[in-house]
Design a protein around this ligand. Structure first.
Ligand code: NAD
Length: 416
């Protein structure tokens, strides 16, 4: 989907939520646009001496509730409109979890597979320098996203620190633990997905124990969600990664798949005691809970009526199209939306930032307990709103996000 269409979709969602809120037209116009969007073009000297010019962006959507927060994506298809939509979604996600942040997003148009480590480091340090005029531990705090990781965050933090003349750990989150990263950050999104699934199961009068679960994507989010679901007594009958999908109605062994197959050359499809299926077939398997945790737009008008799960918990960002949402809603499938279900990552990023600012670090058990409490509270807020407005859960989450941000904007007033 082009960036233009992604931004249009984000704006449609905003309009849909504002209809329930009786929002002032002027305020709607404020929320439909980013506060600040910086485009940078910068040179990098490649290993063979050539100079390549890269285009990057940092978009800050809204600062009414606090500094902005959001990942940095390295991908060949990014543009400023897609980055703006992602920043807007971060605003709602932070507000749903009631974190004191607005949303932001950054990106560089680059295929990292074509870069050496040295080139990746130089690109990161130069991009950090270019956007240093808008980021900062009190103003805008980036984090990893597609194509970036803890090492990229370490270079980013070091670059900002070199220019400040002292270490500034709070300028990015998702850092390695030894540089001020947080315990529990790596597992946070998958853990939050499972808290959301448990809360949803309570609504059905049950627990995760004995439920048949299918997970699409076995990366950071999907593998941790699958491992934790298994710990809670669920039976994981299907999982997939980019190389293929596997199914066993009696259950698949998550520990073995995680430690012996995931991330290896052939991926989890190398596992033997199962049926090999396609990623499309995986989504349509008979199961109680489906967790899409791979890429966007996987459940669409072509397959939504074949989904057999009673509960879909969105680990990925944007895995369901608007048409599919309507079809699943008609079928009575409960969809826990991404801006609620995968908020665990930004919640523990918030903990990382607080720990960095205080220079005082917490233990993992404390972090997991606080994460669970915030996820449960956010779930309960969205559930109540869904019942009050008689709407689906995605609209309910957007209503909360948009309402909290617009209330903050009105309270602060419009300067001058
Ligand atoms: P990741 O790169 O670690 O894992 C992605 C997984 O999806 C891999 O197993 C990959 O093989 C698989 N995959 C890729 N294309 C696929 C396809 N066509 N069909 C099936 N599987 C495919 O990424 P991640 O960090 O686990 O992120 C997954 C999703 O969750 C993304 O949408 C991301 O935006 C979202 N998310 C991640 C976090 C986080 O903290 N990591 C937070 C919020 C949202």
């Amino acid at each position: 989907m082009s960036g233009h269409l992604v931004l249009e979709m984000a704006r449609e969602q905003l309009s849909h939520a504002t209809k329930h809120l009786d929002l002032d037209e002027g305020l709607h116009a404020v929320l439909a646009r980013p506060k600040r969007a910086l485009t940078v073009n910068f040179p990098v000297v490649m290993d063979d001496g050539r100079v390549e010019v890269y285009e990057g962006y940092r978009v800050q959507h809204n600062t009414s509730r606090g500094p902005t927060k959001g990942g940095i994506r390295y991908h060949p298809d990014v543009d400023v409109e897609e980055t703006t939509a992602l920043a807007m979604w971060m605003t709602w996600k932070c507000a749903v979890a009631n974190l004191p942040y607005g949303g932001a997003k950054g990106s560089v148009k680059v295929d990292t597979k074509k870069l050496s480590q040295r080139e990746l480091e130089k690109l990161t340090r130069r991009f950090a320098t270019e956007i240093n005029i808008v980021v900062g531990e009190r103003s805008d705090i980036p984090a990893p996203d597609i194509g970036t990781n803890a090492q990229v965050m370490a270079w980013f933090m070091d670059t900002i620190s070199m220019q400040a003349g002292h270490t500034v750990p709070g300028v990015v989150t998702g850092k390695p633990i030894e540089l001020g990263g947080s315990e529990g950050r790596v597992e946070a999104t998958g853990r939050g997905v499972i808290v959301a699934a448990e809360e949803a199961m309570k609504g059905f009068g049950g627990t995760l124990s004995g439920q048949k679960v299918v997970v699409q994507g076995f990366g950071n989010v999907g593998s941790i969600a699958a491992l934790l679901a298994e710990e809670h007594g669920a039976i994981i009958t299907g999982v997939s990664d980019a190389k293929g999908a596997i199914y066993n109605p009696k259950g698949l062994p998550m520990q073995e798949l995680y430690h012996k197959y995931s991330g290896k050359d052939g991926g989890i499809a190398e596992y033997k005691d199962c049926e090999k299926i396609t990623n499309e077939e995986l989504l349509e398997l008979p199961c109680d809970i489906l967790i899409p945790a791979a890429i966007a737009q996987q459940i669409h008008s072509g397959n939504a009526d074949k989904i057999k799960a009673k509960l879909v918990v969105e680990g990925a960002n944007g895995p369901t199209t608007t048409d599919a949402d309507n079809i699943m809603s008609d079928k009575g499938i409960l969809v826990v939306p991404d801006i609620l279900a995968n908020g665990g990552g930004v919640i523990v990023s918030y903990f990382e930032w607080v720990q960095d600012l205080q220079n005082f670090f917490w233990e993992e058990a404390e972090i997991n307990q606080k994460l669970t409490r915030i996820m449960q509270r956010a779930y309960s807020d969205v559930d109540k709103t869904m019942k009050e407005y008689k709407t689906d859960m995605r609209t309910a989450a957007l209503i909360i996000g948009v309402r909290r941000v617009s209330e903050a904007t009105v309270r602060r007033g419009i300067f001058p």
